[in-house]
Ligand binder design. Sequence first.
Ligand code: ZN
Length: 470
Amino acid sequence: MHDLLICNGTVVTPAGVGKFDVFIDEGKITSLSSTTGNKAEASKTIDASGRIVIPGGIEPHAHIGGPRQPERSGALPVSKAALYGGTTTVIDFATQIPGHDLFHAVKEAEDRWEGNAFTNYAYHPIITHGADLDSIRQIPELVKNGIASFKIFTTSIRPPSPQMQNNHIDFGRLGEIMSQIEESGAILLVHSEDDEMVHYNYDRLKTTDEWDWWNMHRIHTNQSEDLSFRRVTRLAERTNCPIYFVHVSAKEGVNEIKRCRSLGLPIYGETLHNYICFTSDNYREDNGMKFHTYPSLKGDSDVDSLWAGLLDGTISTLATDLVSTTWEEKIKYKTVADVTGGHNGIETRVGIAYTEGVVNRNMSLERFVDITSTNAARLLGMYPQKGVLAPGSDADITIIDPQIDKMLSMDDLHLENYSIWEGWHIKGWPTTTVLGGETVVENGILMTDKPSGKFVERCISSEVTKSPAY
Ligand SMILES: [Zn+2]
C-alpha cells in the first residue's frame, strides 16, 4: 500500500514526457511506471487524466517581509499563495545590516520563516556595502551549513535616502567575495548595473525635469546593464567564480551571458515573468508603476531577446523578484527615485510561463520545467532532491490543467489586493500541488492549514560551478 498515487497524467521526467503513474511514500517519490490502467493500492489516489504532472515550482528570487520591512508581506501569506500557484520551494534573501555579520542576517531570515512556511524555503545571504573582511570570510562556513549561494549589488539602485539601505558592493570587495565563493563551491548572484551611470542618469533627468516614474528605463538603461555585466564577468573570469545574474532585463545582458557561456565560463542568467510580458511602454498606463521592478522594463527587442534566451538555454531560470505589498503601497511612490520595486507574482509565475511559453511559443514541456523548477534546483544546489520527478526525489509535485482557458481575475489569486496579471488570457493553470507527499492544494482548494515547509540545505554540484552546464 503506497501513501499516494498520481495516475494517468502526462508526466515530465528527465527521461522524457510520457504517461506514467507516480508512486509516493514517506514524502518521497518511490517509483514511476508506465500507466497500465491496473488499479494499484494507495491510501490516496489523484487521477491526473488530461493533466500535466511536473516538479513543484522553485522560486529562486523572493524578498520576504520581516520586522525591518513591515510594508512587505511575510512568509506565511507569500508561501501560501506560492502553493496555489504550483511553487513548492521559495528562496528568500538574508540581508546583512551595517554593524552585523552574515550569521546575524541568516538568523533574521530563519526567524521570518520558522513556523510560517507553507513551502520549503532557503535564503541567499546578501553581502552589503562596506562589508568587512571577517564577514566576507564567513562564506565558507555558511556553505558548510548548507547555504550555497550569496548575492551582491553593483549599484545602490536609487539615490541615497534614509529609507533605503545601501547594498552597493565596490569592485575591490567583489574580487575578494568572488575568491571566497569560488573556493567554497558556492555561486554568486549579482544585481548588475553600472552604479556611476545609473547615478549620472538620475542627475540628468532631475535637471531636465523628467522625474516621473515612466522614465525608469532611461535611468536603469540597457547601456548600464551592458557595461556592468561585462565588468562583472571580467572579474569572474579572473577568479573562476560562478555567476548567476538576477533579473536580466536587456538584450545586452543576454548577449554577454551567451558570449561567456560560449567560452566555457560558468555564467548563468535569470529573468522575470513580468520582464518577458511587458515593456517600458506599459509604464505610461495609469498607475503604470505597478509593472515596475528594478532595474526596469525595457523595449520590445529586449523582450524578444529574453524569450530567445529562455528558449535556447542562454537564460536558465524564470523568477518573480517578489516584493509583495498592497496596491496602496505599490502605487504610493511616483518618481524615478522612489517607485516601489518588486512584484507580487509568486502565484502567477508557473502558470504564466506555461501559457506564454508552452502554449503561445511552442516551448517544450521539458524546457518549461527547466526554467520554472529544475534549473533553479541545479544552479542553487537542491538537485536531485528537488526540481525533478525521479525515484528518491522529494515528492514536491504540481499538476497543471491545460484545459483552463480564461481571463485571470482576482478571484483566482490569493495574495494582496491587486495583480498586474488581472485580465491576462491564460491557457492552462496549476490546480493541484503536493508538498512532501501531502496534497496541499487540490483542484484549486487549499487542503492544509499547517505551515509544514522545511528549510532546504543546499550544496552545488561542481558541474555547475566549473562550466556552463545548464
Ligand atoms: Zn530582488
